[in-house]
Design a protein around this ligand. Structure first.
Ligand SMILES: Nc1ncnc2c1ncn2[C@@H]1O[C@H](COP(=O)(O)OP(=O)(O)OP(=O)(O)O)[C@@H](O)[C@H]1O
Length: 389
């Protein structure tokens, strides 16, 4: 049974009566397999020999800084760009390949694409926008019903006669999602779909997308540079930089147990403290003498690489893994100077300095630290990640 069928069955079992559950828009979910994909623009490698798989029905996010190649990879999946190397398979069928040259046209790939800018036509009603892909594909039977179902799924059934200028940003984005799912794609591709919405609406739409994914059971590939969206939404996060994949894992893996320093910095917002391994103990882990002064113990499960005594290493420390040290605490404590304090309501963000190194700490909102104060912070030994320098 496919995920969608399973969702339908669950919908019937739970007695859901809404129309969308009775007649889901999406078809079955498709698995995607990318092997050694490469894309070159004027001699510049935007996507550089990358391979990954997206399990059918999963929510996978390509996460990376601007220019890391996320959009190019998504456009390759959609068929909007041609591969210069490698192969893309959807449900085991080759849809793109550099050699032998194969390029299945976008409209023949059963993929839906949601753009960052919504890309709605100002002179068309909501109904006509959503009907358009069906008309292009000459799928005219049950057209009204299918459009209504797609609009119901995104909560816009009542607004079918409106024009884009009569909709809020969030509603416009939902029209573009309805337009992308109406022709029953197997894979839905979303390119930074929330980035032009304000912060509050973005958070709300994040939950809407989660709900939609659960309901449709569709394979979704999502591009963003916002780690919070990637962590909230995904089954699988693919972290990209410079056209390559740094690592792939669940949100918890890439956030709590990153495999490299770059992921730790990008996904976890970690600060980096450099030093030298001073001692190794089977139970206690590794003691690192920091270049900036002080020392920290790292638990064995936080250690990547050999970490032999004398080796130069880099420690990644997430802001929330530092706390103001309780009285009497000694182990894993650092004496630092407060350089900046940002009160953000739920907590305080401190910027700290020690021996020329800067690092960040997220502390309780009741912290009364002031700029220039000396402060003792304790670093959670279990949370520190150690990498070869
Ligand atoms: N059509 C093009 N012609 C030339 N260079 C391009 C083209 N499209 C993308 N690039 C370059 O390829 C690199 C990757 O771009 P891409 O848009 O895939 O990155 P991204 O990670 O999606 O970035 P952003 O988050 O800013 O959208 C960038 O250096 C970009 O300038």
């Amino acid at each position: 049974m496919t995920t969608t069928e399973s969702n339908q069955t669950q919908g019937r079992r739970s007695g859901r009566r809404d129309r969308a559950a009775a007649a889901p828009v999406a078809g079955s979910a498709g698995a995607v397999e990318v092997t050694n994909a490469r894309k070159v623009f004027n001699g510049f490698e935007a996507v550089s020999d990358i391979s990954f798989t997206v399990p059918a029905g999963s929510f996978t996010t390509l996460l990376g800084a601007s220019g890391s190649g996320k959009t190019t990879m998504l456009r390759l999946l959609a068929g909007l760009e041609r591969l210069d190397g490698g192969t893309i398979r959807m449900d085991s069928t080759v849809v793109a390949s550099a050699r032998p040259a194969t390029h299945v046209a976008p409209e023949a790939r059963r993929v839906g694409f949601v753009f960052q800018t919504f890309a709605l036509w100002p002179q068309m009603t909501v109904f006509d926008q959503v009907a358009y892909p069906l008309k292009v594909r000459r799928q005219r039977e049950r057209l009204r019903e299918r459009v209504r179902d797609a609009l119901a799924l995104v909560g816009l059934a009542e607004l079918a006669d409106r024009y884009p200028s009569e909709l809020s940003g969030g509603q416009q984005q939902r029209v573009s999602i309805a337009r992308a799912i109406v022709y029953e794609p197997k894979v839905l591709l979303l390119d930074e779909p929330l980035s032009s919405l304000d912060a509050e609406l973005r958070e709300y739409m994040c939950y809407e997308l989660q709900r939609l994914h659960r309901r449709l059971g569709l394979t979704m590939v999502y591009v963003t540079h916002a780690q919070s969206e990637a962590l909230t939404l995904s089954d699988q996060v693919i972290v990209m930089a410079r056209g390559k994949i740094l690592e792939t894992g669940t949100p918890r893996q890439v956030y709590e147990r990153p495999k490299c320093l770059e992921t730790a910095g990008f996904v976890g917002g970690s600060s980096v403290l450099r030093g030298v391994v001073a001692e190794r103990s089977g139970q206690d882990g590794v003691r690192v003498r920091l270049d900036c002064g002080g020392q920290l113990w790292v638990s064995p499960r936080g250690v990547t690489g050999d970490a032999a005594v004398g080796a130069a290493v880099a420690l990644a420390v997430k802001p929330e893994d530092l706390a103001v040290a309780p009285d009497g605490a000694d182990r894993n404590c650092l004496e630092a100077t407060v350089e900046a304090v940002a009160y953000v309501g739920s907590h305080c963000d401190l910027s700290l300095e020690l021996g020329g190194e800067r690092f960040r700490a997220r502390t309780s909102k009741s912290t009364d630290a002031n700029v220039g104060d000396g402060i003792r912070v304790r670093v959670d030994q279990e949370a520190i990640r150690l990498f070869p320098a």
